[in-house]
Design a protein around this ligand. Structure first.
Ligand code: AMP
Length: 591
């Protein structure tokens, strides 16, 4: 294999059409896995790539796969196996973008949960690249609706995740069914024993490329740790979220049980959070992910393994609820924030018995993780007040129907309250700050909170925070009137049954009408979805009369729709994974 270092995509000798697409996608230079992987794959070697999501691995195998497709031959020439439906869709979409200027390349994602008949029809028309989950690919092999006798390239993406999910037998059967002379490429974030045994059996003299430590070079991540008592970790986490106005956050912890506990605790405190771990079914995973991507949930809590396959980038922050057992996991975790030129925050909550692990992470990454000061209750109230004032000012300046509510003050005056009392009570209600059992002095395990001035390099001390007032300028605190829906608050609301069509300027009702169930749909205004599209799709697919469908609230990225309780199951069954106006939709009961 060549040892040349490729600095540009031009130097890699790519076909013009792919080069044009790559540049259009905004890739200015090959990432390390691409600079090393693309030449190795193009030379025909079997390759093991130790890399995870975020390193550019999809294009590292996607580009050479596209280079080798012969569009004059209608047979399947490349098979890419992915652990989840979500990743399969993501990979096929990335391939689609890379193939934008190539003529006649057909790519199909094949996964469980989608209609098998539709997939069969599509495969019959001829597909060059199949991106699939192992279970569904096996299903097609058994039905003989997928033939692999002309496959030249086989990619196993996130192989460790596939093994963790129990796909080992399926993968082995699929590999055994491939032509002997095919090229095999395997990507995995870790090189466990089972992975090594697969590579020994099925790869031929592979080239090993490892890039996991490259994310260490990311300079945009502020790494700070906090010394926290184990029982105070959720409290400290919510203070950090409030203090830094974090709107998209990935929280990592070491066990599945902990994921559930943290999610419950956060939800009880009014934070829109959901968990993701290996015990979730595919369907649940997809729902959790689409809500996070739509901004309905703003906090995702995950184990390391579960987080690997998911494509979330551009996060405001990552919190290590506990310190990972493996130093490399730390690097993977924090790499989820601060991507693509944006800055990100990586906060680690360190219990006393975890401190030594943090030290070994510092040793491994050669980066000093600075010690932070836990925000005090007073700090949080201050921040929330500033946001509250901003939100109210905006509402007064921008709202057109303010006079509707003007008599509320008079009504309360009649009840004998002063204006100060009324405003104070409303502010408390809306800001949602409550004193709880956590006194400021009871959070950290080292009594060093009062030593701020001495700790010269400590971050987020009082002085620094107070100066940074402008960071709270944006309105829309989580609790300020329902903005827990990720800031996506403007809505088109359609009156129920018969009156649909006009935006009456009402706010959402807090609960659906009696006898109705509210459903969440992952499409919204940005998908150019209109009420008639939703009514048409639901009525047609679930076979229920359109006039029985209730209120429809279309937000930018998602929609709520009320359907009769008795039909809710049928609608979920009929619509999930289906499309509206050609766009795939995820549907779930709204929370
Ligand atoms: P992946 O590791 O394949 O999941 O890619 C992570 C993200 O990085 C995707 O959004 C890619 O489109 C993007 N990406 C891949 N290669 C490059 C590159 N060379 N330069 C910039 N972005 C890239």
């Amino acid at each position: 294999m060549t040892t040349e270092i490729f600095e540009t995509f031009e130097e890699l000798g790519l076909n013009e059409d792919i080069l044009k697409a790559v540049l259009e996608m905004g890739f200015t230079k090959p990432s390390p896995i691409q600079a090393q992987g693309i030449p190795a794959v193009m030379q025909g070697s079997d390759v093991i790539g130790q890399a995870q999501t975020g390193t550019g691995k999809t294009a590292a195998f996607g580009i050479p796969v596209l280079e080798r497709i012969d569009t004059s031959n209608n047979a399947v020439q490349a098979l890419i196996l992915c652990p989840t439906r979500e990743l399969a869709v993501q990979v096929s979409e990335e391939l689609g973008r890379l193939a934008k200027y190539m003529r006649g390349v057909r790519i199909e994602a094949i996964y469980g949960g989608d209609s098998i008949d539709r997939q069969i029809r599509s495969l019959k028309k001829g597909v060059h690249i199949v991106v699939g989950t192992p279970g569904r690919v096996m299903d097609h092999m058994e039905r003989k609706t997928l033939k692999f006798n002309e496959v030249r390239m086989m990619v196993l993406d996130e192989a460790d995740e596939m093994l963790d999910m129990g796909f080992r037998e399926d993968i082995e059967s699929i590999l055994a069914d491939m032509p002997e002379d095919r090229q095999t490429i395997l990507f995995s974030a870790t090189m466990s024993k089972p992975i090594m045994s697969i590579t020994k059996r099925f790869l031929n003299d592979p080239v090993l490329i490892k890039v996991v430590r490259n994310e260490l070079t990311n300079q945009n991540i502020e790494q700070v740790y906090f010394e926290v008592k184990p029982q105070a970790k959720v409290e400290v986490m919510t203070r950090l979220i409030d203090m830094h106005h974090i709107k998209s956050l990935l929280v990592f912890c070491n066990t599945k049980r902990k994921v559930d506990e943290i999610v419950e605790d956060l939800q009880l405190r009014g934070y829109a959070s959901e968990g993701i771990h290996g015990d979730l079914r595919q369907q649940q995973r997809s729902n959790v992910m689409s809500k996070f991507k739509a901004g309905v949930t703003t906090i995702l809590v995950a184990t390391d393994v579960a987080a690997r396959g998911i494509d979330v980038s551009g996060l405001d922050g990552v919190i290590n609820y506990d310190i990972p057992m493996d130093e490399e996991y730390y690097v993977h975790r924090i790499g989820r924030t601060g991507r693509a030129g944006m800055s990100g925050k990586a906060f680690s909550l360190v219990a006393r018995d975890e401190k030594y692990r943090l030290k070994s992470i510092e040793g491994y990454t050669k980066v000093k993780i600075e010690k932070g000061v836990i925000p005090s209750f007073e700090d949080i109230v201050g921040v929330r007040k500033a946001r509250f004032v901003e939100t109210i000012s905006t509402s007064i300046k921008e709202s057109s129907d303010q006079e509707l509510y003007n008599d509320v003050l008079e009504m309360l005056h009649h009840s004998g309250f002063t204006t100060e009392q009324i405003v104070g009570a409303m502010a408390k209600q809306i800001m949602g700050v409550q004193k709880n059992e956590y006194a400021d002095s009871n959070l950290a395990w080292e009594e060093r909170r009062n030593d701020r001035r001495e700790g010269g390099n400590e971050r987020f001390g009082r002085g620094e925070r107070r100066e940074g007032g402008s960071r709270f300028e944006k309105g829309g605190d989580r609790r300020d009137g329902g903005s827990r829906f990720g800031g996506d608050r403007s809505t088109d609301r359609y009156a129920p049954r018969g009156e649909r069509g006009a935006d009456r300027g009402e706010r959402r009702q807090s609960a659906p009408e009696a006898g109705m169930t509210r459903l969440f749909l992952s499409l919204g205004r940005k998908d150019h979805i209109m009420p008639k599209d939703i009514v048409g799709a639901i009525a047609g697919e679930a076979n229920i009369p359109g006039k029985t469908i209730g209120a429809i609230d279309i937000y930018d990225k998602f929609t709520f729709v009320d359907v009769p309780e008795r039909d809710a199951r049928a609608v979920l069954r009929a619509m999930d994974g289906n499309t509206i106006k050609g766009k795939p939709v995820q549907i779930d009961i709204a929370k």
